[in-house]
Design a protein around this ligand. Structure first.
Ligand code: 1GP
Length: 239
C-alpha cells in the first residue's frame, strides 16, 4: 500500500512513472482481459480510472476485473463524486485550481466525504490545472471553467505553487483528454523547477517521444488515455 510514498520514492530516485487512463464509458467489459494483457506488457506503473462524464455503472466490476488480472495500483481519477469505488487502491482527490467554479474547487469534495469515509481508499490531494490546448476539451465543458493561457507560464507556475502551499500532494498539468496540443514543455519545466511535490502531466500526448519529452522536461508521471484507447499496441509500436 501507500501509493503516495511510492510516488515520492520514485521521484527521489528519478524513476519515471506512467499511468494508463481507462474511461469506463469507453470500455466494453468483454474486452477487458485483452486490454489488461496489453497493459501488463506495457511500461505502465499505474492504472487511472475515470473520465469527465462517466455514465456507465460498470465501475466496480471494471476495477474488480482489472485487479484480478493485473498487479498495478488502481487509482481513481474522478470527474465527480459518483465515480468513487471502494474497489480501487486510491483516489486523486482533485481540486480544479485553474478554474473559478466553486463546485469543482470544493463542493464536489464536500459531497464526496461521506462516500470516501466508507472506503479504505488512499486519498491523495491533487491540484488539478487545466491548460488551454487548441480546442474546447471535455474538462472545460463539464467544469464550465476556462483553462489557463498556455503562453502565460508565470501564472501557471504561480497556480501550481499556490496548490502546493495549500497542501496539495500532487500537481496535475492537464491539457484535456484528446487535446490537440499537449502541455508546453517549457511550462512543464518551469512548474517542475518551482514545486517540490511530484508533477503529473497528461492530455494530448500521442507518441512515445511525447512521453519522453515530458519526462525530460520534469514530469514525474505521464498519463496516457486516448493514444492507448485508439491503439492497444501503442506501447509496442514506435509511434
Ligand atoms: C486526460 O490527461 C488525461 O485526463 C489523458 O489524456 O486521453 O489525451 O491521453 P489523453
Amino acid at each position: 500500500k501507500n501509493l503516495y510514498s511510492q510516488i515520492l520514492q520514485s521521484k527521489l530516485e528519478n524513476e519515471k512513472l506512467l499511468a494508463i487512463l481507462l474511461d469506463p464509458d469507453k470500455i466494453n467489459l468483454k474486452n477487458v482481459e485483452t486490454l489488461i494483457e496489453k497493459i501488463n506488457q506495457s511500461p505502465a506503473t499505474h492504472i487511472f480510472i475515470g473520465g469527465s462524464l462517466v455514465e456507465s455503472n460498470i465501475l466496480d466490476e471494471l476495477i474488480i476485473k482489472v485487479k484480478q488480472n493485473c498487479n498495478l495500483p488502481v487509482v481513481l481519477f474522478p470527474g465527480n463524486p459518483s465515480q468513487i469505488s471502494g474497489q480501487a487502491d486510491g483516489i486523486l482527490f482533485l481540486s480544479l485550481i485553474s478554474g473559478r467554479n466553486p463546485d469543482f474547487l470544493i463542493e464536489h469534495q464536500v459531497q464526496a466525504v461521506p462516500i470516501l469515509k466508507k472506503t479504505q481508499l488512499e486519498i491523495i490531494s491533487t491540484g488539478y490545472i487545466l491548460i488551454e490546448s487548441g480546442t474546447k476539451t471535455a474538462v472545460e465543458r463539464v467544469s464550465k471553467t476556462k483553462p489557463l493561457d498556455r503562453n502565460n507560464i508565470e501564472y501557471v507556475v504561480q497556480t501550481a505553487q499556490a496548490g502546493e502551499l495549500l497542501g496539495n500532494k500532487l500537481i496535475y498539468l492537464e491539457a484535456g483528454s484528446g487535446a490537440k496540443q499537449a502541455v508546453p514543455l517549457e511550462m512543464i519545466q518551469k512548474v517542475a523547477q518551482n514545486i517540490k511535490i511530484p508533477l503529473l502531466v497528461g492530455g494530448g500526448i500521442v507518441d512515445l517521444l511525447g512521453i519522453q519529452k515530458a519526462y525530460d522536461s520534469g514530469a514525474d508521471l505521464v498519463v496516457i488515455g486516448t493514444a492507448f484507447e485508439n491503439n492497444i499496441d501503442f506501447f509496442n509500436s514506435n509511434a
